[in-house]
Design a binder for this molecule. Structure first.
Ligand SMILES: [Zn+2]
Length: 99
């Protein structure tokens, strides 16, 4: 995180009075850490299985599960077992609305 401190120290050394919204270094750091955390987090097969219902229902409702549950989407991309599971579930859920 050293580069980050550098950027902000340089910025703060030029004194300026700004009004309105200001992102403090502390705030920005927290945001960055959150982003890093979400990117690092990977779901286990068990966790994905627990979310498959929701995932399938979202796609049934016309929502975009890949956007709402990106970690599940990512896992399904990487894990053939879970993908098979999901496809089976989707088939069941989609059956009544298929012509
Ligand atoms: Zn899996």
């Amino acid at each position: 995180m050293k580069w980050f401190d550098k950027i902000f120290k340089r910025k703060q050394s030029t004194p300026q009075k700004s009004s309105g919204m200001e992102i403090t270094p502390e705030h920005a750091k927290k945001m960055l850490m959150m982003i890093e955390k979400t990117q690092e987090k990977e779901l286990s097969c068990d966790e994905v299985h627990a979310l498959l219902d929701q995932y399938a229902e979202m796609s049934l409702r016309g929502e975009d599960p890949a956007e709402l549950l990106p970690l599940v989407h990512y896992h399904l991309d990487m894990c053939p077992d879970c993908k098979e599971e999901y496809e089976a579930l989707a088939r069941i859920l989609h059956a009544p609305i298929e012509y």
